[in-house]
Design a protein around this ligand. Structure first.
Ligand SMILES: *Cc1c(COP(=O)(O)O)cnc(C)c1O
Length: 222
């Protein structure tokens, strides 16, 4: 586990070097869906402190089991309306927000004693039929509306392009730069969540600031 993380960090380093970017500007998010609490604990002990989960019930079990660790938990699955309260109460970040009503509920339900909930808007950047995410043309309006919600901090965009569509990463970066002007607090707009095990180098080349990596860290999921 130590070795797989070192390999991924080395891949990130090389991609940053090629792109003339600083490695400090790209965060590695470990995607731990389908992995046990013990596996997450072992990965934490190698120095990995941010983890992404897709399935709420599974994630809540791990958050409970690992409450002695200083883990930053990211919800990266699609957010359903009836799940917003538990997500707002248990996570630090949410990447799959694609409608205003969801952001509004997350803001209303974020407990006052916690810091603002960090949000990325999921964009269906390459117009895939069966995909979650808002359309690129809707992003500027969503940024304008969501960026004034009091209990969330709107950080950026999240995309999952079709496999091999690396051109979509460049489009996502352009959109990310363009819509910044719609943000009420543009200094918060700093996160472009894109790139997974198979395409993290291309994503970093295009400007990703957070790669979400599962398989390359933990092996193939059963
Ligand atoms: C599962 C998943 C990942 C990680 O994918 P790998 O190919 O295993 O690295 C990243 N992002 C999202 C949204 C996922 O659901």
């Amino acid at each position: 586990m130590m070795q797989s993380r070192q390999n991924v960090l080395e891949q990130v380093r090389v991609a940053c070097e090629l792109a003339k970017r600083s490695t400090a500007d790209v965060e590695l998010l470990a995607v731990s869906k389908k992995q046990s609490s013990d596996v997450v604990r072992s990965m934490f002990e190698t120095g990995q402190h941010s983890f992404g989960e897709n399935y709420l019930q599974e994630a809540l079990g791990k958050i409970h089991d690992l409450s002695d660790l200083e883990i930053t938990w990211h919800f990266i699955g699609h957010v359903q309306r009836n799940k917003t309260k538990q997500i707002a109460e248990n996570f630090a970040w949410v990447h799959g927000v694609d409608r205003f009503i969801i952001a509004q509920r997350l803001s209303n339900q974020r407990p006052a004693h916690l810091p603002q909930l960090n949000i990325c808007i999921q964009v269906n950047i390459d117009h895939q039929d069966s995909k979650d995410g808002c359309l690129p043309n809707d992003v500027a309006d969503l940024v304008k509306q969501m960026s004034v919600l009091p209990q969330i901090r709107l950080r950026g965009l999240m995309v999952i392009p079709a496999p091999n569509n690396t051109q979509a990463f460049t489009q996502a970066k352009q959109l990310f730069d363009t819509v910044k002007t719609s943000h009420a607090n543009p200094q918060d707009w700093d996160t472009l969540s894109m790139g997974m095990s198979g395409d993290l180098s291309e994503a970093i080349g295009a400007g990703s600031t957070m790669v979400r990596v599962g398989t390359a860290l933990f092996g193939v999921r059963s």
